[in-house]
Design a protein around this ligand. Sequence first.
Ligand SMILES: Nc1ncnc2c1ncn2[C@@H]1O[C@H](COP(=O)(O)OP(=O)(O)O)[C@@H](O)[C@H]1O
Ligand SMILES: [Mg+2]
Length: 372
Amino acid sequence: MIRIDSVTKRYPDGTVAVDRLSLEIPDRSITVLVGPSGCGKTTTLRMINRMVEPSEGTILLDGKDIQQQPVNTLRRSMGYVIQNAGLFQHRTILDNIATVPRLLGWGKEKSRARARELMERVGLDGALAKRYPYQLSGGQQQRVGVARALAADPPVLLMDEPFSAVDPVVRKGLQDELLRIQEELGKTIVFVTHDIDEAVKLGTMVAVMRTGGRLAQFAPPAELLTDPADSFVEDFLGTDRGIRRLSFFPSAGLELLTAPIVASDTTDEQIAARDLTDAPYLLVTDLDGKPLGWAERDTEIDTARLLPYGRPFVVATDSLRAALDCAVLSPTGWAVAVDGEGRAAGVVSQQTIGEAIRGAHAKSATTQKAAR
Ligand SMILES: Nc1ncnc2c1ncn2[C@@H]1O[C@H](COP(=O)(O)OP(=O)(O)O)[C@@H](O)[C@H]1O
Ligand SMILES: [Mg+2]
């Protein structure tokens, strides 16, 4: 565990970049430092690997004061990733990634083998190995930066706005990749960003910092969205935090109706035998169970004239937010739930989703009270 204990950083010109900051950064998870520009995120991150020394306070790594450790040993245990990747422009991708193993005295072949393994790990095509950084896209360069930081297998990764310079689609890919890598490798990651959505998506714990280098709130993202500590955090979280919070509730508990699902070969008698009191629409599927569209109940089904079913949600993996979104976008106000293969698993109304949301809010309010 990394423990930041009442740390202050005053730069020689008098700027207080970080002010009595205390944080316990748990192992094998992603802790995000988020806040407006200039609030001391980079300074905090750099104090962890001693690129910046604190003016007051201590930082402990696994119980030991990092001041008491040789800087080189400390940095070897911490990979560092920055915006625009900071790659060596005159070295190939493979040699960039192999940099730290080479510095540690590994042989050329072993270092390169390790670099190839990491290219695969971060989703880079092996064919890029011999290229130079300028021959790669921004997103690919960022992956190289992550691979290079992982090369010597450090337990800790420090990442300073690593994805801030790439476009939103590439950025989402990089974020998903980081979550996957974290799950596979169990690194302790300290991730700096100014983007609250990125913080909420990636963080197991999120530290919101305010200008002047003070901690505003340190909490899991769902708690941040439910219970912002003050108006600064609330404003920083932005609008629709109620909706965003729904991403933390699974859709798996929703009560789905299956009676309104009819395959295109279902007969009128079979339909008549079903209890459809609560269902004004029928979801028509093909013979494989994949949705085709909605038909009004009590009218002749014409597969050529169905209402579009919109985007379905996946019961096992999607959240209440996804389910609500599907219902809101659906022309019938009903959302379609599908299984992993895209077969209709049930339908659910906005009203039922609304009830599930109220239930989830009530449940989380009680658990939070109990935790205090
Ligand atoms: N080397 C330095 N000398 C003086 N002031 C600095 C130095 N580095 C950063 N600062 C100041 O410290 C504050 C925090 O900076 P920084 O940690 O880079 O913030 P962030 O990463 O959150 O944008 C800012 O006011 C910045 O101008
Ligand atoms: Mg910064």
